[in-house]
Design a protein around this ligand. Sequence first.
Ligand code: ZN
Length: 150
Amino acid sequence: MVISSDYEEKRLTSSQIETLRQVLIQKKRDLNFKSRYSEEFHIDINERSDEIDFANADAVNSEQIRFRNRETFFEKKIDEALLRIENNEYDLCEECNGPIGYLRLQARPTANLCIVCKEDAERDEVNTYFSKNNRHRGKMLSYLSSDLRD
Ligand SMILES: [Zn+2]
């Protein structure tokens, strides 16, 4: 395989990679600190069920679960990025194997796709979102109509 000089230029230098590695490690530290913090202020439904109505407690809890899922997801992305650094493939797109570029990685240190492939993936995501949304709405309608029947 012939590697063009253009390709070589766009790969990260070891000091650029080291800079981003430090950013990732710091982000992971922040994340661990934040999840400890939110645990301390967790609302115990059993203790406070007299004061808060259940619908409200449910809303708070599902918000916390959503937040936690996002944190876990992000931590996984950081670990994956750190692993890609170890394997010397951090700045290469997982889709087309082309260089992701320093500017993009600076803005998004967990990026695993180049901007071209990312835009393609986002287009797919939007399509998936709409079809999911339609399925959900269909379920809601059948739920409502079964409710009306009773
Ligand atoms: Zn790509």
